[in-house]
Design a protein around this ligand. Sequence first.
Ligand code: ADP
Ligand code: ASP
Ligand code: MG
Length: 415
Amino acid sequence: MSLIVQKFGGTSVGSIERIQRAAARALATQQAGHDVVVIVSAMAGETNRLLKLASDIAPVPDAREMDALAATGEQVSAALMAIAIQAQGGKARSFLGHQLKILTDSAYTKARIKAIDAQRLHEALGEGKIAVVAGFQGVDDAGNITTLGRGGSDTSAVAIAAAVGGECEIYTDVDGVYTTDPNICKTARKIERISYEEMLELASLGAKVLQIRSVEVAMKYGVPVHVRSSFSDVPGTWVVGEEQSLESVTVTGVALDRNEARVMLVGVDDKPGVVAQIFSALAEENISVDMIIQNAPSYGLEARGSSGEVKADVTFTVGKADLPRAKLVMEKIASGVGAVGIRYEEDIVKVSIVGLGMRAHAGVAARMFQLLAAEGINIQAISTSEIKISCLVSTKYAELAVRVLHDGFGLGNKA
Ligand code: ADP
Ligand code: ASP
Ligand code: MG
């Protein structure tokens, strides 16, 4: 008998009928002879609704209270799921993060799991029950409710699978991981098997089908993850180790991230310690930074301040949700780093290509830039790693850029 962790995302528990359907699936899995742990998200739209209630009251609500608020969404679906399983003749018990417990650090709204006490899960399973766990939430050392960041129920599921030694099924509204978001690009193709490394990049670059931390945890503990549809029985995508993934094509997928905002500090002093000061101030507020660009003044062409000092521009991106707090930080430090101006830009998206095969192929970046240029899409910033290239472009080109890259790199379904 094996243990299977089944996670149902927001759409898959978006109505009473869907909760009943998910409950039936969990029961059928148990009847096939498995121990079953179910992880649930909040019902579709609920987390957004809760967060909006808070932001209607205060522009930057207290993070601890935001977590206390947001965690209620999953509490509702966990209880309803347990009731649905019981109503279908099964045995079930729901658990909140603190009841298990899922111990996290205290970084509200983006907490990391430190440990999971699986004893109560094992007790429930030993009594023939399906254990239903509220995803997305945990508890810190001091007993405060924490949440794991948007999409965090994926991470709850994989972490619980790692803790109890099971495999993990992620039930969602698409039937697997595609070469790009199938809701944007009609020619997107389902990938049968994808390596943890590539999935990690796709997730961190905006493919929200799995939360990035869930992939990190899966990779660290070697948890096989099966991403599949809650509306059908067709096999989905297996996320597995590199050696088990399919041949490494140059580009495996294209991702789009609409959640970044750009901050530009104009004319900061070009001297040691300035950049450290800017990013330390952001780190102190637990604001993660993605792209960073500092222009290096070239000889004879330096920009100079009023007293002749050399000036530079520092541009970086942060999550849109962090922008209000990043603004407060920038306003505090701007004069200390000699900035003559600050600009904020939310009308941008990041489009990226990912593939293990890039390690061995030259010219991939050039091809990406040519494809975008051919459509008249201006690239506002670029960042690269061994297996990905990202470009910042204007929001109006988001979907066009995805399609052009997807089809330009030959990822589409051959009709
Ligand atoms: P859930 O609520 O089940 O967690 P999410 O909305 O978080 O579901 O994630 C599923 C969505 O991820 C899909 O509806 C799809 O629009 C989006 N998505 C983005 N990139 C991809 C991709 N490469 N493959 C599959 N889905 C993707
Ligand atoms: N309900 C949370 C969210 O919408 C967590 C999740 O669904 O995974 O982000
Ligand atoms: Mg999700």
